[in-house]
Design a binder for this molecule. Structure first.
Ligand SMILES: Nc1nc2c(c(=O)[nH]1)N[C@H]1C(S)=C(S)[C@@H](COP(=O)(O)OP(=O)(O)OC[C@H]3O[C@@H](n4cnc5c(=O)[nH]c(N)nc54)[C@H](O)[C@@H]3O)O[C@H]1N2
Ligand SMILES: Nc1nc2c(c(=O)[nH]1)N[C@H]1C(S)=C(S)[C@@H](COP(=O)(O)OP(=O)(O)OC[C@H]3O[C@@H](n4cnc5c(=O)[nH]c(N)nc54)[C@H](O)[C@@H]3O)O[C@H]1N2
Ligand code: SF4
Ligand SMILES: [Mo]
Length: 741
């Protein structure tokens, strides 16, 4: 007997609604949910493999605890007893910074990862927080923090309505999009072309996305900030700027014009390898389009000038009047966002409120660069990291110099991993806490709804009941919070109750809240939901921008109402709302923030730099997801994907043959991979994907270990960093190649 169950896909940022076929407790099929208000049936091969991913026999089924050096199966009680015995004692003896926290990518794809880390960090009071953001989008947070006063105020391209899209360093045909949540991103690009709109793609590789474009610019890696600065320069020079309705809300326009004076197309062209005339054309097309959006992702973030490139993306959106207008780049308003506050000045955004102990890296959004984790564990002295809590992260593969991190992790006094697999990173843990497979978890996209191209709300309860011996990931996180807080053994619901209490206490005090002046205890008693996490979701929905305000708007959202719409509720197209978003001290968009101005000399210096002969960039494949889907046979079949792609002319010059081995050397080390000759990469650029290198003894990834690939991040020593954001340079670093005989 089979049944169907709905489940929002947690595998990438597109958040497609899936319709699962369930037999007993097993997911035997996955299709796109045609009635999903947002994804309307779209699915990709990863979503279609949901059943295989869910049932991977290598998933851990019980906690593991280290005894006499060996990780052995243990009960949940034994696992949490050990954590409660060890972690608080370490903080007691060495201070709060002795315990570090690493949060990886899947935390933004689980409810637990959204709801509990703030409480964990609040309890630990450590300054040693590291996340995947400093391998990814931190430059965009910094740029938005400085421009708008809120690091989460990230405008997204209005894909369904724009007439022109200038897309840099993103390959949504493989990635399905990022910081732009759009199921069927590929279909939306095709629709843009069909309605007469134009697409320009800037990428050193002729990707599947680039093949869809009207114009493909094969830029020299790492130089997008120069190109964008020059486009802005042309807009000023040819008097093509037109802020329209934005003018009154923006300050610093003349200052930007002045700061970018040197970035003429003639000065920038040779550095970017883009003809000056083409730069002018791109600028004119952008200015002439009735509506346009500039959008940059990984290839514009994880590079030498990542923050400047991210800033310039929104400078261009602003100068062309496309920021905050339909068809341009708009700010989504998700159902669990805070309800809009009155416009006006805010507290602004600060960087570097403290610095890392060893490398003196400035804090950004309370985080330190993930590339600095190993040195903070290795370097003796006060404040050294002695214990680590790692949730949903595999930095041994995803961050620079995994070999060094591997050694550093081995030297920790204590380590906890919340992870379904025993992999390259979790193999070092003293306690591994495995979440249940995704079919057994509820799902709500707290993060991605805030970057969605359409406002909507969807929630799916577990498709399959929690199996015997399993613990919900929310409960795992809540018990961890209790264990480090000296409250080991208390009911996990206590963690949620505390958050609810605090949130309501603030809301009833806030004159702008719909519950101002009401009784917090009475409101808490009205919350519905099957457990702590659902009650918190109900609270956020009810206090949110579309919420019922506990009766203030009887038609507003509640958990019950969302549950009554299993395919989701459409909340309409994105609307202009810049005034609500701005939290800068001036109350306006600050177009030339001081930290950006201070980093511009570094960009000017880049105009004169002699580019390296050969630089390396990454790439993604539709059937992968960073480091953790290579264990699924359905997603890791066919030809080897961990190859070094190289242009035929470069291959000939270096004596490299297709399929033969090549030794790749960079400042951090060397790896060997098979050569793949293809003219889809430009001359002077080679490409190797990340997330591979599954060859470390002690991990339990049977399928992945059979086709391990190599770890591209072993080529890096972690010293290449975008200084404003602490983000690692993962794209556009120099390499040397030698054929392997
Ligand atoms: N060279 C290079 N390096 C890169 C990149 C690149 O483009 N090039 N990309 C970077 C980017 S953008 C990112 S986001 C990072 C990602 O790097 P990480 O944040 O390290 O994420 P993953 O590699 O995806 O590893 C995810 C971990 O979470 C576990 N996991 C999976 N599902 C769950 C779950 O439901 N709950 C829990 N608790 N754990 C789960 C997996 O087993 C795995 O151990 O990599 C970065 N590294
Ligand atoms: N299938 C699949 N989907 C994924 C993931 C995955 O691993 N696999 N990972 C998810 C995650 S964590 C993220 S953050 C997103 C990322 O989503 P995207 O940003 O779309 O990531 P990529 O596909 O790596 O595309 C980056 C592109 O930048 C190009 N590039 C490299 N250097 C430069 C440069 O200097 N300038 C320019 N202009 N381009 C450059 C590369 O050639 C590449 O085509 O994808 C998510 N979705
Ligand atoms: S596009 Fe992303 S969210 Fe949609 S099915 Fe594929 S992996 Fe899942
Ligand atoms: Mo990412």
């Amino acid at each position: 007997m089979s049944r169907t169950a709905l489940r929002i896909c947690p595998l990438c940022e597109a958040t497609c609604g899936l319709s699962l076929t369930v037999e007993g407790a097993r997911v035997t099929g996955a299709r796109g949910d045609a009635d999903d208000v947002f994804s309307q049936g779209f699915i990709c091969p990863k979503g279609a493999s949901f059943g295989e991913i869910d049932a991977d026999p290598d998933r851990l089924t019980t906690p593991l605890v280290r005894r006499d050096g060996e990780l052995v199966r243990a009960t949940w009680a034994e696992a949490f007893d050990l954590i409660a015995a060890r972690l608080p004692a370490l903080t007691e003896e060495y201070g709060p910074n002795a315990v570090g926290v690493v949060l990886g990518n899947p935390n933004v794809h689980t409810m637990a990862g959204a709801l509990y880390p703030p409480a964990l960090l609040g309890a630990l009071r450590t300054r040693n927080l590291f996340t995947a953001s400093t391998l990814d989008q931190m430059p965009k947070h910094v740029s938005s923090g400085l421009l708008f006063g809120d690091p989460f105020a990230i405008p997204v391209p209005d894909l369904d309505r724009t007439e022109h899209l200038l897309l840099l360093g993103a390959n949504p045909l493989e990635s399905n999009g990022s910081l732009c949540t759009a199921p069927d991103f590929p279909g939306k690009l095709r629709a843009l072309r069909r309605r007469g709109g134009t697409l320009t793609v800037v990428d050193p590789r002729r990707t599947r996305t680039a093949k869809l474009a009207d114009r493909h610019v094969a830029i020299r890696p790492g130089t997008d900030a120069l190109l964008l600065a020059s486009i802005a320069h042309v807009l000023f020079e040819e008097k093509l700027t037109d802020l329209g309705a934005l003018a009154a809300q923006v300050e610093g326009v003349p200052e930007v014009a002045d700061a970018l004076r040197e970035f003429t197309p003639e000065a920038v062209g040779p550095a970017c390898d883009v003809e000056p005339d083409e730069i002018r054309d791109i600028a004119r097309e952008l200015a002439a389009a009735p509506t346009a959006a500039v959008y940059g992702r990984i290839g514009s973030c994880t590079v030498e000038h990542g923050t400047l490139a991210s800033w310039l993306v929104d400078v261009l959106n602003t100068l062309t009047g496309n920021l905050d207008r339909p068809g341009g780049a708009l700010f989504p308003l998700s159902a669990t966002d805070r309800a809009p506050r009155p416009a006006g000045p805010g507290k602004g955004f600060s960087l570097g409120r403290w610095r890392s102990r060893v490398g003196n890296h400035p804090e950004v959004k309370s985080e330190l660069p993930l590339a600095a984790l190993a040195e903070e564990i290795e370097t003796p002295g006060e404040g050294r990291i002695r214990a680590l809590i790692v949730s949903a992260a595999n930095p041994v593969l995803s961050a620079p110099d995994g070999d060094r991190l591997d050694r550093a992790l081995a030297g920790l006094d204590f380590m906890v991993s919340i992870d379904p697999y025993l992999n390259e990173t979790s193999l070092h843990a003293d306690v591994v806490l495995p979440p249940p497979p995704p079919s057994q978890s509820a799902h709500f996209d707290f993060a991605f709804n805030g970057f969605a191209v359409r406002n909507q709300v969807r929630y799916t309860r577990p498709a399959v009941p929690l199996a015997e011996g399993r613990m919900d990931e929310c409960e795992i996180h809540a018990r961890l919070v209790l264990a480090v807080s000296g409250l080991h053994g208390a009911e996990p619901e206590a963690v949620d109750a505390t958050v609810v209490e605090r949130t309501l206490a603030r809301a009833v005090d806030d004159p702008h809240s719909p519950v101002h002046g009401r009784d917090a205890t009475e409101l808490a008693a009205r919350l519905t939901g099957a457990g702590g996490p659902e009650r918190r979701l109900d609270l956020m929905l009810r206090l949110g921008p579309y919420g019922d305000g506990f009766g203030a708007d009887p038609d507003g959202l509640t958990l019950e109402r969302v549950l009554a719409h299993p395919h989701g509720i459409d909340l309409g197209e994105l609307k202009p709302r810049l005034a609500q978003v701005i939290r800068t001290r001036s109350g306006r968009v600050e177009l030339l923030p001081a930290p950006v101005a201070a980093d511009l000399p570094r960009l000017r210096a880049a105009l004169g730099e002699r580019p390296a002969a050969l630089v390396l960039v990454g790439r993604r494949h539709l059937r992968s997801n960073n480091s953790w889907l290579h264990n699924i046979p359905a997603l890791n079949g066919g030809s080897n994907r961990c190859t070094l792609q190289i242009h035929p002319e470069d291959a000939a010059r270096l004596g490299l043959a297709d399929g033969a081995g090549v030794r790749i050397t960079a400042d951090g080390g060397a790896v060997a991979a098979p050569v793949e000759i293809t003219d889809s990469v430009r001359r002077g650029v080679v490409s190797l994907p990340h997330g591979w290198g599954h060859s470390r003894p002690g991990s339990r990834l049977g399928v992945a270990a059979g086709r391990p690939g190599v770890n591209v991040n072993q080529l890096l020593d972690g010293s290449r960093i975008d200084p404003l954001s602490g983000t690692s340079v993962l794209n556009g670093f120099p390499v040397e190649l030698v054929p392997l005989s």
